[in-house]
Each structure stands twice: as C-alpha cells, then as structure tokens.
Write a protein that binds this ligand. Sequence first.
Ligand SMILES: Nc1ncnc2c1ncn2[C@@H]1O[C@H](COP(=O)(O)OP(=O)(O)OP(=O)(O)O)[C@@H](O)[C@H]1O
Ligand SMILES: [Mg+2]
Length: 367
Amino acid sequence: MPDVRVVNVSKKFGKIVALDNVSLHIHEKEYFSLLGPSGCGKTTLLRLIAGLIQPDKGEIYIGERFVNNVPPEDRDIGFVFQTFALFPHMNVWDNVIYGPRVKGFDMKKAGIIGHEVLEMVKLHERSDAFPNELSGGMMQRTAVARALAAGAKLLLLDEPLGQLDAKVRKELRYDIRRMVKDLELTAIHVTHDQAEAMSISDRIAVIKKGKVQQVGTPEELYMNPQSVFVANFIGESNFLEGYVSIMTGKETSIELRGGTKVHATNGDLKRGERVVLAIRPETFTIEKGARRGENAISGSVERVVFEGTNIRYEVRLENQDSILIAKPSLMGEWFNIGEKVTVSFQREKAHVFPYPETGLKEEIAVE
Ligand SMILES: Nc1ncnc2c1ncn2[C@@H]1O[C@H](COP(=O)(O)OP(=O)(O)OP(=O)(O)O)[C@@H](O)[C@H]1O
Ligand SMILES: [Mg+2]
C-alpha cells in the first residue's frame, strides 16, 4: 500500500519524446488510472515505475524509497499485462503459487495463499486447468491472482482488460477494484478507455503526448475539464466556436459562428478573444418549435439514434453547426427527423476555453 511519487520524469526513445516532465503523486491505497490515447506514454510510465526501463531525467519514489536504481524484482510490485502472460505449461494453481514458491515459502504456506486468491478471483474450481483451456476473462483472473499471490502491495496493470469482450470487461473491472480495495493495495491501471477509467478509479491522470493534462476524480474531470482535450476525451462534448463579444465583471457574452449570441460564466477571457464552448450532450434542453430566450438556439433534427438508455439527436443549428443531444429514452417527449426545435443550455453548463493554438480538430484528435 505504498504511495508512488513521479517527479519531473522525462523519457525519450531516440527522437520520440515518450514522457515530458511528468510529475504525479499516487496516494497509498488509491486506485489510480493513467488514461490517454494510444502512444501518449502510458505504458512507458508504468514500465518506469516497475523499473523495466530507466528515466532520462527525474525521480521515482515508492513509499519513502528512491527507486531509480532499484531493479524491478526488488521493488515489490505485481504486474498484470494486456496480453495473457501466464506460464502455458503450468496449470492455474501452479501459475498462482509461482510467486510464493519463488519467495521460498513452503508448500503449506504457498497453498494457503493460493487458496485465498483463487477464492477471490472465483477460479477455485478451475485450478487444474491449463491456460489454453481457459476463456480470456479467466486467464486475466489468473494473471491477477498470480500478481496478488506474490504479495506485492503495489499493483501495476497495463490494459488488463483490453483483450476481453465488453460484458466480461465490465464485470472484471469491478472485481479487480474490489480485490484491490479489500487487500488495501495501491493500484496503477493503464487504459485508453475512458469509461473503464471512470468506473474503476479513485483518481485519473489524463495524458496527451507525454504530458499530464489534468489529474482528478472522475467527477472532477467530467464536471470541470480544464482543456478542450479533456472535455473531449472524458465523456463527450459539443464544441461551438465563437468570439467573446462582451466581457464585463458580470457578463460574458459569446458570439457564435453565424452571429448567435450566448451567455457564459467563465471569467478569464478577453474581449475579442477566439473561444470554444464545450457543452455535454445531456445538458442541452430540446423543445419543439421556435422559442426565444437566453442561450436558446433554433435548429432542426437531422438524425435520431435509439440507444436503449438514451436517445441521441443530431441537431443542425441555425448557424449550420451540428450538435449532439442525449436524452433518457424513457422520459419526456421524442423528436422526429426534420422537426424544428429549440435547443438551450444553462450558462454554467458551458465550459469556455481559449481556441486551441493548433486548431480545434487537431486538439481533439486522439491519434
Ligand atoms: N522501446 C521503445 N523504442 C522506441 N520507441 C518506443 C519504445 N517504447 C515506446 N516507444 C514510443 O514511445 C511513445 C509512447 O509509447 P507507449 O507505449 O508508452 O504508449 P501508450 O500510451 O502505452 O500507447 P498504447 O495505448 O498504444 O499502448 C510511442 O510513440 C512509442 O512508439
Ligand atoms: Mg501501452
């Protein structure tokens, strides 16, 4: 259950900057996720913490210990990989008690640990099976059991659910979190799946191109994204472009493309500044017909997608911008393709960001 501190760590591979001055503090007993698009440096950071590679610059501490020069086997870490990294010639039982055996525990003590963790991952009845006789979910359960049996207090998981189908992924993520919490471990979990990170983590670091963009609880990241990138990567956002037309102590008015004026609350802007408004699909209100009012924009429904829990409407606004609106399908009225509607939003629900230097498209691209 140690804490982990990463201090000003950078890592290059030739010319590729995999990590650029990354600092993070992962608290003890915390379930922490590293989230970001493919190639952003997540695995590199995990491998640095594990000691499989060395930083070019910066320091890593596990608990009180400065570990830059400590080899992986002396860091007291359990590692679960994306690919099913079990010993193929050993059955589940032998895979699981491998760690305790290597540590020199006798068969009795290793056996007690083995029974405990297999109970925990619900694989007791399959302890005789070989990896090739198991489903993907079972293989990952075995891999988690093996990491837990080794007794490490820090668990590193690199896309442990990546190869599993959707239902199994969901189930197993709650199981892994529960085990980590029951055993009071510290876990660092790498994923590019924001829904997975949101549902499993105490806190998340969002990483882009080797840099930490924002660290926070799932709620903080969702409710208060601090950049266009995070607003887009965590959950979904509609982005509306415009200029700050009025900026006084009390009032911030934004003129959207096409001239529609809307009100916002965010303060730190200049008159004339080019901005982007990020608004979540579920925070829009949608009504039939045309209505004037604060932050009300007319448009017409272009697409309707029934998704079960939600219905999603694609609405073409009067300025030709297209937005996505999500509404619970069992509540309120439905709207049809071609229907004239008014969409509106509360000013405090719109996050206003300076227009990204690299352009909006590039900023929200995930590759
Ligand atoms: N051993 C290596 N040699 C050269 N380049 C590397 C090496 N390891 C990683 N990289 C590069 O460093 C960058 C970060 O890679 P990393 O594997 O950490 O990304 P990631 O966030 O884990 O991506 P993914 O989600 O696809 O697994 C990438 O550009 C990658 O190509
Ligand atoms: Mg990776």
